[in-house]
Design a protein around this ligand. Structure first.
Ligand code: ZN
Length: 95
């Protein structure tokens, strides 16, 4: 049920409810890359360091969106991860 609300993470290829994933959008028609909102081509990522890293290293996000993803986007996402850790998220690191 409600299959359409599930999306594939571009890094680990797991499906998850779209509300739990990060959404990166290449807007139409101005081809800006932004997070969460906007109309256009979208890619989804799990809110995890491993998926973010894989997406960046293998350039998956750029390929998926068919445009260059600016470093600010990755920075913003890793910032979110840090904030989650500060709040005591599930995969808290001990350093
Ligand atoms: Zn993932």
């Amino acid at each position: 049920m409600a299959e359409k609300n599930y999306r594939l993470c571009i890094s680990c290829r797991q499906t998850a409810h779209r509300d739990t994933l990060w959404r990166v959008v290449r807007t139409f028609p101005d081809h800006q890359v932004q997070l969460d909102e906007g109309t256009g081509r979208s890619a989804y990522l799990c809110p995890q360091a491993s998926c973010l890293e894989a997406a960046q290293k293998k350039n998956r996000l750029s390929r998926m969106l068919r445009t260059q993803v600016p470093p600010e986007i990755y920075q913003a996402l890793s910032q979110r991860l840090m904030e989650d850790l500060d709040r005591g998220g599930p995969d808290k690191n001990s350093y």
